[in-house]
Write a protein that binds this ligand. Structure first.
Ligand code: UDP
Length: 235
C-alpha cells in the first residue's frame, strides 16, 4: 500500500490516503506541542519512537482481544491503520493523581487513587478540549450510550493490561489518554499510545519518562522517550 495524498495534518502526525478507502497511512512527526498548542517544540527522534511504541502496545492489545486500528508498520515513522471515524472524545484513565486531576481536586501528585478512574474530554481544539460527561456527549449527538459503554469497558481493559505489563518492566502507568474510532459498525481503539499520551514514572525513583519532561522543561526529553522504547523492546 502506498501514500496517495495527504488528507490531514495534526500536531504530531500526518495522515495519507491509500489506494484502498478502508486504510490510511499515518506518519509520526517529531513536532511536540503542549498546553493546547501554546508551547511548541521538537523532540528529535520522537516520531520514530512513538510509531514503534504505539504499534508495540496495539499488537499486544490485539493479542488480548481488544480491537484496534493497527494494520501494519511499514517504516520507522509510518504505519497502515484502518480508516476510522474518530469519536470526538478523549478518554482519560488514571491510576495515580497528576496533572489536571491533581489541580482540579487539590490532590497531591503521586497519590495512588482508591480505584482507577475515567473521564471524557470533548475533542475540540477551539474550545480547549473541555471536560464532558456522558449525558452531555449523548445530548450533543457526539456518541451513544451503547458506544460509551463499549469505550468504557475497553478503556479499563486496556488499563489493566498495560499497567500490569509496564510494572513488570519497572514502569508505573500513572494516567493516559485514549481515542476510539468507528470502523464497519464496530468501535476500535485508534490514535496512539506513547510517551506523548501517557504518564510513565520509573517504579523505583518516580522519574518521569514521558511528555511532562517537555511540558515542564525538565530536560533529557529525548532520553526519556528512548528509555521507554528500550525497556519495551530492548533497543
Ligand atoms: N493527555 C493527552 N492529550 C491531551 C490531554 C491529556 O494525551 O490533549 C494525556 C496526558 O499526557 C496524560 C493524561 O492524558 O497522560 C492526563 O492528562 P491531564 O488531564 O492530567 O492533563 P494535562 O495535565 O496533561 O494537561
Amino acid at each position: 500500500m502506498k501514500k496517495i495524498k495527504q488528507i490531514y495534518e495534526g500536531k504530531a502526525k500526518k495522515v495519507f490516503s491509500t489506494e484502498d478507502p478502508d486504510f490510511v497511512i499515518v506518519e509520526y512527526k517529531d513536532d511536540a506541542t503542549a498546553f493546547n498548542g501554546e508551547k511548541k517544540g521538537v523532540i528529535s527522534g520522537k516520531g520514530v519512537i512513538n510509531n514503534r511504541v504505539s504499534n508495540f502496545f496495539f499488537q499486544k492489545l490485539e493479542q488480548e482481544g481488544i480491537a484496534t486500528h493497527f494494520v501494519e508498520e511499514i517504516s520507522e515513522r509510518e504505519t497502515i491503520v484502518k480508516k476510522v471515524e474518530i469519536v470526538p472524545l478523549e478518554v482519560i484513565i488514571r491510576n495515580i493523581a497528576a496533572g489536571s486531576f491533581s489541580k482540579r481536586y487539590g490532590v497531591e501528585e503521586g497519590t495512588v487513587l482508591s480505584a482507577p478512574t475515567l473521564e471524557f474530554s470533548y475533542k475540540n481544539d477551539s474550545l480547549g478540549d473541555p471536560l464532558i460527561n456522558d449525558y452531555h456527549a449523548i445530548a450533543l449527538g457526539l456518541t451513544t450510550q451503547e458506544e460509551i459503554d463499549k469505550i468504557t469497558s475497553m478503556s479499563f481493559r486496556v488499563n489493566k493490561f498495560l499497567s500490569e505489563y509496564l510494572l513488570n518492566i519497572g514502569i508505573r502507568l500513572v494516567d493516559f489518554k485514549l481515542e476510539f474510532g468507528r470502523f464497519k459498525g464496530d468501535i476500535v481503539l485508534a490514535d496512539e499510545i506513547s510517551p506523548d499520551t501517557c504518564r510513565f514514572w520509573d517504579k523505583d525513583t518516580n522519574k518521569k519518562l514521558d511528555k511532562d519532561r517537555f511540558r515542564h522543561d525538565l530536560g533529557n526529553v529525548e532520553d526519556a522517550y528512548k528509555e521507554i522504547m528500550s525497556r519495551l523492546m530492548g533497543s
